[in-house]
Design a protein around this ligand. Structure first.
Ligand code: TPP
Length: 300
């Protein structure tokens, strides 16, 4: 009997059922399926910004033409719970969609493990991944005297970014440091184990902000558009003065202040609890094109 992985079998079933496109975003628990989709090569994919967004995209994909099957894909834990809104909305409109989530190993369920939610028993879900903008606003609301500083990757920051307007409207000042590498950095690193670099780049040329040089979303403009203040930092030496300036802006305007720090696009971080002393640079860091380090190839 031919043998195949469960992920490969799932992709085969999708193909046999006529699915040709999926909306979603990768995470460690769903990377095996992404690997199988990449290998099979017949299901194209749109990288959504939020799993809930992906579920709504799937719904309207189904509606757009007879025979379409809207498929959305997310990792374990909150990705499943995020899809519930889209599922509910689709079923209320009698629109079929297929939601696929990753899952933690069964032995880790009910043990408060990272993103291990038994999605089939959805009622009492808890997660360790907070969306940083609303989390910081919650703290700033609970303790208005505290100096609240949030730290996000660019992708995390874009989850629920619209909530910044709440901080501006209700005067919940805090400092939000955004480290922008135009990548799903952690997932890119996790995909090294799958020997791929797939659906993790966020870079594009922003036609309104060519000065960003491919760093895609102009977080300064977005923050300002939502009524906040924002500063961009391009040099490590300017971080300290930018934080001082952010503090002054926060006190003057009583709104969230975003400090966007542009990072190198490709680097690895220390994983696990061993601490910053164990950070390993797997590759020479490319400072300039001429350095021709392996990392630079991924920047193109
Ligand atoms: C709901 C959900 N979907 C996907 C993931 C998987 N995930 C973990 S880290 C990460 C990328 C975060 O990118 P960014 O905020 O830019 O930080 P970086 O890793 O680049 O430092 C993703 C997609 C997750 N944790 N939760």
């Amino acid at each position: 009997m031919p043998r195949m992985t469960a992920a490969r079998a799932a992709v085969e079933i999708l193909r046999l059922e006529g699915a040709t496109h999926a909306f979603g975003l990768p995470g460690a628990a769903i990377n095996p399926l992404y690997r199988a989709m990449r290998d099979q090569g017949e299901i194209s994919h749109t990288l959504a910004r939020h799993v809930e967004g992906a579920s709504h995209m799937a719904q309207d994909y189904t509606r757009a033409a007879p025979g379409n099957i809207g498929v959305c894909i997310g990792t374990s834990g909150p990705a499943g719970t995020d899809m519930i809104t889209g599922l509910y909305s689709a079923s209320a409109g009698s629109i079929p969609i297929l939601c696929i989530t990753g899952q933690a190993p069964v032995a880790r369920l009910h043990k408060e493990d990272f993103q291990a939610i038994e999605i089939s028993a959805i009622a009492s879900s808890l997660t360790k991944m907070a969306m940083t903008v609303p989390a910081a606003l919650g703290v700033a609301t609970a303790d208005p005297q505290a100096t609240v500083v949030a730290l996000s990757g660019d992708y995390d920051f874009q989850f629920m970014i619209e909530e910044l307007a709440v901080g501006a409207q209700f005067n919940r000042p805090y400092i939000h440091v955004v480290v922008n590498n135009a990548h799903l950095g952690l997932i890119r690193q996790s995909q090294r184990g799958f020997e791929m670099d797939h659906q993790v780049q966020l870079s594009f040329e922003n036609v309104n902000s060519p000065e960003l040089g491919g760093y895609a979303v102009d977080h300064v403009k977005v923050a300002e558009g939502l009524g906040c203040k924002a500063i961009r930092v391009l040099e490590p030496d300017h971080i300290a003065s930018a934080l001082e300036k952010a503090k002054a802006l926060m006190q003057e305007y009583r709104v969230p202040v975003v400090v966007e720090v542009i990072l190198e696009r490709v680097t690895d971080i220390s994983m696990g609890g061993a601490g910053i002393a164990t950070v390993v640079e797997f590759e020479e860091l490319a400072q300039r094109d001429e350095d021709a380090a392996t990392a630079i190839a991924l920047l193109d």
